[in-house]
Design a protein around this ligand. Structure first.
Ligand SMILES: Nc1ncnc2c1ncn2[C@@H]1O[C@H](COP(=O)(O)OP(=O)(O)OP(=O)(O)O)[C@@H](O)[C@H]1O
Length: 266
């Protein structure tokens, strides 16, 4: 029997309904029904112009937002919307600005311990050992356990955010433009770290990306979005080098104009 894909998304959609008065509401479709699969150890980049639905899709995948319709399967098993405990052991999210998503009043050790307290039965010693291992895995020192977020650099904050996502050993990490605002050298270090973790742990990534250089360098598949619709999807090099529609070509052209990043070696 063939193994199911690691991630299968089936007719997933998101509509925001906001009540603006007693009998009034606004309805906004963030993304229309879409389907895709992602294999183990592979990276999918979500690209598209502002408001095309990338962040909403990332949040629905990670369980931060409930879907309006459709299903998500991991390893062939359907993930139910309310099953947070199971979902966060399979799929974890790094938010748009990891710097501000770290509580300034908590030490790094406490920040990393929090998901373990909520989701595992590990005792304090086991939790501390796992936190220290995870700090090491992302290139931080045991001493960082006692630091507060404001005592470390932006690049180190990104490493902490990555450690927090990794600590429950998920199969998939979803990152919402988590690397786009970094300066070039820090960005290269984080990208290299993501790639080496992917190789050693067999992780899969779904990355909301706004830089063609990054997408070309790290992703295997791309989904191009516009106004909540998938304009084009497929293997990265095929989509970037040979877009099949005028709309996809136009979208890529706008990224070309903003091209900023090239892989660098450290
Ligand atoms: N909570 C919300 N309530 C209502 N509409 C929303 C909400 N969040 C997002 N939207 C709308 O859904 C659409 C998709 O937004 P989303 O943030 O997913 O797009 P995006 O591609 O990530 O954009 P950006 O690159 O600017 O972050 C937009 O029109 C946005 O205004």
């Amino acid at each position: 029997m063939t193994r199911p894909p690691l991630l299968k998304v089936d007719n997933l959609s998101k509509v925001f309904v906001n009540h603006t008065g007693l009998f009034r509401k606004t309805v906004k479709t963030a993304f229309h029904p879409l389907c895709f699969t992602l294999e183990r150890g592979q990276t999918l980049a979500l690209m598209g112009d502002a408001g095309s639905g990338k962040s909403s899709l990332a949040k629905v995948l990670a369980g931060v937002l409930p879907p309006s319709k459709g299903s998500i399967y991991i390893d062939g098993e359907k993930i139910e919307a309310g099953d947070y405990k199971k979902r966060c052991q399979l799929i974890r999210m790094i938010f748009q600005d990891p710097g501000t998503s770290l509580n300034p009043r908590s030490r790094i050790g406490q920040i990393l311990e929090a998901p373990l307290l909520l989701n595992t039965d590990l005792d304090p010693e086991q939790r501390e050992a796992l936190v220290l291992d995870t700090l090491r895995m992302v290139g931080l020192l045991p001493d960082h356990y006692h630091f507060y977020p404001q005592m470390i650099s932006t690049g180190q904050k990104h490493r902490v955010a990555l450690a927090r996502a990794l600590i429950l050993s998920p199969n998939i990490i979803v990152a919402d433009e988590a690397i786009s605002n970094l300066d070039i050298s820090v960005r290269s270090q984080i990208i290299n770290l993501l790639l080496s973790l992917q190789q050693s742990l067999g992780l899969s990534y779904v990355l909301v990306a706004n830089d063609l250089g990054v997408v070309r360098h790290i992703s295997d598949q791309v989904i191009l979005m516009h106004e909540g619709h998938v304009v084009e999807a497929g293997p990265t090099l095929r989509v970037l080098n040979n877009p099949q529609s005028e709309q996809a070509a136009r979208l890529l052209q706008s990224y070309n104009n903003e091209y900023r990043w090239r892989p660098a070696r450290f």
